[in-house]
Design a protein around this ligand. Structure first.
Ligand code: PLP
Length: 496
């Protein structure tokens, strides 16, 4: 059954369609920064390393030096690393910096630390036991008991005949494997994906992505076709779900026919768009996409990397949509509560059967890593044993209540939504447009707000104009309400 999407809206003047400015990544700036590499001046022998590597503690100066000169960031530039919060320890839903300042982890890091920052003893024990017993078996030449047990557990928590499982090391890698399998199974090449979705940082998955990060892939990979999604920034598909769904599905069918069904391997979607803003598709849409896939013999890949394992109040995000079962599912993050890097790809029986005598054509040294699988196995059991998925559903009304208060109180907030423990606010500037373009570097105003969040002891992923609210699933009601109070204070710096 589809759960009611708890959509929290302000008065109509603050709602509705809004315009946005042109994309803002400054390519010229990037070109100017490109420098020709000089030949290295050093010899190529490894020198003696410093004795400080055997010291228990490092001085602030040593740490700062390494942050400034050696460590690098990924999606963002590296300079801010030198002034980033230096996390010293973490406990429950809180992290603490070197000065002992406490921050509530408002987005479970990258919506992944579902069990918080205190590792359950059973998880620690499982990791240690695995390290003692069999720390590594390369999956291509042997099996481990934990691999077989985890695959079996996965078959029990996946609905329908999703029966075959492989365990890569991250969400992007899982999607890469899913794409490869879809192409090899169907013998077709094209993959349809939506704008505003994110699927990973490898070249294929970044080309599949529909947000600004895709631009980093430059030429990208071939065969990825973009579809519009149901929640565009600058216009609406209709006034109600029925109308929107009907237009969207007609458009998709037209696109399938024009691209040629015999060239399309899969439609690959996030079940519920996560980083793009907690976007739940209108009623009937996912069901309609499934039906189109069946009609045209196209696989449905659902990316559950962010929402799988309970974030939205159900085990899988797609369980909000009546009868929808993907042919291939990918997930990661919550699988191991992010204590270890591990992901999963699950496939339906017919695909599993196909690969019994045909190579998948994808692999990695660390795929099916025993220690990561031991961690994941115990984390999934912990989630089930402590009913954390039901908790996530039970907290939805509190999320909605608190988000409603935030929308009411702050002129800088246009609207909010939540499903389970997954919430998001849309921030608005004084000109009634988005606080800033989604795809642009942070403006001075958003940087000021980020500082206000830190000052109020709130820390998390922040991609303005979206502000996600997704603390660990183990949070208590008191901690959750306290988080919203911290947010309430921080937002004062943005109001106009
Ligand atoms: C929906 C979705 N798919 C894929 C990924 C990529 O996962 P990873 O960062 O583990 O490679 C993410 C990461 O945020 C995600 O949210």
């Amino acid at each position: 059954m589809r759960s009611a999407l708890a959509s929290v809206r302000a008065q109509s003047s603050k709602c509705g369609v809004y315009n946005h400015t042109a994309p803002g990544v400054n390519m010229q700036y990037i070109a100017d920064k490109r420098a020709k590499l000089e030949p290295p001046t050093h010899d190529n022998t490894t020198g003696p390393v410093s004795s400080k590597h055997w010291d228990e503690e490092w001085s602030r100066e040593d740490l700062q030096h390494s942050a400034d000169h050696h460590a690098m960031n990924t999606w963002g530039p590296s300079r801010p690393l030198g002034s980033a919060i230096l996390v010293d320890r973490a406990e429950g839903v809180y992290v603490y910096d070197k000065e002992g300042k406490q921050y509530l982890d408002w987005t479970s890091q990258a919506i992944c630390s579902n069990l918080g920052h205190s590792v359950p003893p059973a998880v620690k024990e499982a990791i240690n036991k695995q390290l003692d017993r069999v720390p590594m078996v390369y999956g291509g030449i042997g099996a481990t008991e934990v691999r077989l047990r985890l695959a079996n557990l996965m078959s029990e928590i996946c609905p329908g005949d999703i029966n075959g499982f492989v365990f890569p090391t991250g969400g992007g890698e899982a999607n890469e494997a899913a794409i490869r399998m879809a192409r090899r199974f169907t013998g077709k090449h094209k993959i349809f994906n939506q704008y505003r979705s994110y699927h990973g940082g490898t070249t294929s998955t970044l080309t599949a992505t529909g947000d600004f990060r895709r631009w980093f892939a430059e030429q990208g990979a071939t065969g990825f076709v973009k579809m519009f999604n149901s929640q565009p920034f600058g216009f609406t598909w209709g006034d109600n779900d029925e109308h929107k769904t009907s237009i969207l599905l007609s458009m998709l069918e037209e696109q399938i026919r024009m691209e040629g069904p015999d060239t399309i391997a899969a439609i690959m979607l996030e079940s519920i768009v996560g980083a793009g803003g907690v976007l739940v598709t209108p009623k009937g849409y996912m069901e309609g996409v499934r039906a189109l896939c069946d009609k045209y013999n196209i696989l449905l890949i659902l990316d559950e990397v962010m929402v799988g394992f309970g974030r939205t109040g159900k085990t899988w995000g797609f369980q909000h949509f009546e009868g929808v079962i993907p042919d291939i599912i990918t997930s990661a993050k919550g699988l191991s509560a992010a204590y270890m890097p591990i992901a999963v790809v699950g496939v339906r029986q017919k695909i599993k059967d196909f690969f019994m005598d045909t190579p998948m054509g994808w692999g990695a040294t660390f795929a099916n890593h025993p220690v990561a699988m031991a961690c994941a196995y115990e984390c999934v059991k912990h989630t089930l044993k402590h009913d954390l998925i039901a908790n996530s559903a039970a907290f939805e009304p509190i999320m909605v209540e608190e988000l409603s208060k935030i929308v009411e109180r702050h002129s800088s907030v246009r609207q909010a939504r939540a499903i389970g423990m997954f919430g998001c606010l849309d921030l608005v500037g004084s000109d009634a447009n988005n606080l800033q373009e989604y795809q642009s570097p942070q403006s001075p105003k958003t940087q000021e707000f980020r500082k206000a969040m830190f000052a109020n002891g709130l820390w998390g992923l922040f991609r303005p104009p979206l502000l996600h609210c997704a603390p660990p699933l183990v949070i208590t009601e008191e901690e959750l309400r306290d988080g919203f109070q911290r947010l309430d204070k921080a937002l004062e710096s943005l109001d106009h």
